[in-house]
Write a protein that binds this ligand. Sequence first.
Ligand code: AMP
Ligand code: MN
Ligand code: MN
Ligand code: MN
Length: 280
Amino acid sequence: MKKIDLHTHSTASDGTFTPTELVEYAAKKQLAAIALTDHDTLDGVKEAQGAGEKFGVYVISGAEFSTVYEKISLHIVGLFLPENSAEIKSRLAYMKNARLTRNVKMLQNLKNEGVDITLEELKKNFPDSVISRAHIAQLMQIKGYVGSKNEAFDRYIGNRCKAYVEKESLTPEETIALIKKAGGVSVWAHPVLCKLSDKNLEMMVKRLKGYGLDAIEAYYPTYTPSESKYIKTLAQKYALCLSGGSDFHGSIKPGLDLGTGYGKLEVPYNLLEELEKLRG
Ligand code: AMP
Ligand code: MN
Ligand code: MN
Ligand code: MN
């Protein structure tokens, strides 16, 4: 059976494999297709698709958007996103700029806490990346302010810590509409990670379906078999397609592998065929 992975990250966001390395690795792992779904950017897609032709892997252009609905953080993956859509481009540019403003504020807060990190240093260490807290944590470790990235989150930049600044986010409604308008396919990523009760999870599925959601991730490395089964039941009830992937980030998520997750993940190729039918 042909295998795929529809949720992956590269150095264009917070992954540690370059787009080319990621695709070469996908070929080595005998994956027929992967979607590159970096946070808030399509910057790695062109390189990944070039590598896809070289290594014989079908590379789908994607991005993972951070959205918020009444303080609940929801990640929406867009698949088959055209790089030349004016709306997508302008929205991603806006997000990039909002991140820059936020990073400047967080660096100032860190300075007040005695941690001296500059934007220039971040750019030098992560030249092609959309800079997130993951990069700030990494640099704090490199510079010896913390012993681990987790410590950086626990003491400084975690959601309730002094240096934390909230990220500007779209609503899921805007995001799903944006993806649809560009001819893409929208997927609610790792719904189980939202830790909603069964009732609230189902209400959210119903709400997102109302906004035009196409699919939901039923295959994800941390799911138990019963969680996966429950998501499939909800998908059937609300006429949603299934999607899934490893959420591979390279070495920043130790033990989590491309395609296979923590060892048991298997995303069948036929999901991709169903998702492709929904392209605009
Ligand atoms: P941001 O989008 O800038 O808020 O950063 C979010 C990223 O930081 C996520 O994609 C994770 O890679 C990383 N992250 C968030 N929370 C933690 C944590 N507690 N420990 C380690 N990494 C984290
Ligand atoms: Mn990430
Ligand atoms: Mn996510
Ligand atoms: Mn992800």
